[in-house]
Design a protein around this ligand. Structure first.
Ligand code: CP
Length: 355
């Protein structure tokens, strides 16, 4: 069974193939309108969403399929204490494919272990959001005509920004990619991305707190929201929430072909006055998200019975995962498992935090 938990589950060739299919769907929607007839998608959203859930549902309907699901933990039996594992076991008996969002990191991995059908991670806490990355890649490709030779600025919450972690994981596979990581020190990129992906692959990057100083050098600016729901300390959120605002004035410092992406929703980090700038790609990005999800549903259903990639080698541990956002904090029955990364650091199997 093939699932999509992390963007790294897809090879570069597969990413390119998905983009090609998505652009063909956009150009020839009628060709695809019955391809999922008699198939059903379940959207299991334990956390709020507008774009991801509705674009998945719209994608399945546009492929001729049906959709069932829930849009909050409170409207499912999670509110009565049912585990993610049991939910996945039960629901996967009803449908053909699952898209699941959950606030805890590693929740999609746990669900995939119990699902009898392909499971797509639609966001697990601050960990990964691979289908947002599919939308991002398709947008960058459409705007720039390439996915290599780019300087990409990523601005805002790089610590909890799951879209950021997935985007970096995907972009480092292309040639001559440089990153400018723009964040307050408190929201800097976590080590599991910095050390395991950027350092490991020898990717060039700089870390800075200044958007103004960085913007002239960028080909792509990926803005993100400071995410209130990820902070355990409300005072820290209040202190950091207005760290960056992209304005018309700052856009004047940028190249004529520097495109602005944002996974959305935005709060105030991009002025609405920037929306009419032709370089503002963030609403186009939401449309590409639907086409990429259509391409992904088709691919996973087609490859339903193909072998899944081998799990990384893991073993039981007495060490407690200290990540308060890890799925281990709420799924009491889960075995505490860890793995050793390429540098020999022992990490939680579910959320990748160092133990
Ligand atoms: N980008 C994104 O994940 O948006 P939603 O939270 O609205 O799904």
């Amino acid at each position: 069974m093939r699932h999509l938990l992390n963007i790294l589950d897809l090879s570069t060739d597969e990413l390119d193939e998905l983009i090609k299919t998505a652009l063909d769907i956009k150009a020839n929607p009628l060709k695809y309108q019955d391809m999922c007839a008699h198939k059903t998608l379940a959207t299991l959203f334990f956390e709020p969403s507008t774009r991801t859930r509705l674009s998945f549902e719209s994608a399945m309907i546009s492929l001729g399929g049906s959709v069932i699901g829930f849009s909050s933990a409170n409207s499912s039996s999670a509110a009565k204490g049912e585990s993610v594992a049991d939910t996945a076991t039960v629901v996967s008996g009803y449908i053909d494919i699952i898209a699941m969002r959950h606030p805890k990191e590693g929740a999609a991995y746990v669900a995939s272990k119990h699902s009898k059908v392909p499971l797509i991670n639609a966001g697990d806490g601050g960990h990964f959001h691979p289908t947002q990355t599919l939308a991002d890649l398709c947008t960058i490709y459409s705007d720039k005509g390439r996915l290599d030779n780019l300087t990409i600025g990523i601005c805002g919450d790089l610590k909890y920004g799951r879209t950021v972690h997935s985007l970096i994981g995907a972009m480092v596979r292309y040639k001559n990619i440089k990153f400018v990581l723009i964040s307050p020190k408190e929201l800097a990129l976590p080590d599991f991305v910095k050390k395991n992906i950027l350092d490991e692959k020898g990717i060039e990057y700089i870390e800075t707190t200044s958007l103004e100083d960085s913007i002239p050098s960028l080909d792509i600016l990926y803005m993100t929201r400071i995410q209130k729901e990820r902070f355990l300390d409300a005072d820290e959120y209040e202190r950091l929430k207005d760290s960056y605002v992209l304005t018309e004035e700052k856009m004047q410092l940028a190249k004529e072909d520097m495109y602005v992406l944002h996974p959305l929703p935005r709060v105030n980090e991009i002025s609405v006055k920037v929306d009419s700038d032709r370089r503002a790609s963030y609403f186009r990005q939401t449309e590409y998200g639907k086409y990429m999800r259509m391409a992904l549903i088709l691919k996973l259903l087609k490859e339903k019975d193909s072998a899944k990639a081998e799990d990384r080698e893991s073993y039981p541990t007495d060490k407690k995962c200290k990540n308060e956002h890890c799925i281990l904090t709420t799924e009491q029955e889960l075995e505490h498992l860890c793995y050793r990364d390429e540098k020999g650091i022992v990490r939680c199997l579910y959320c990748d935090s160092e133990l």
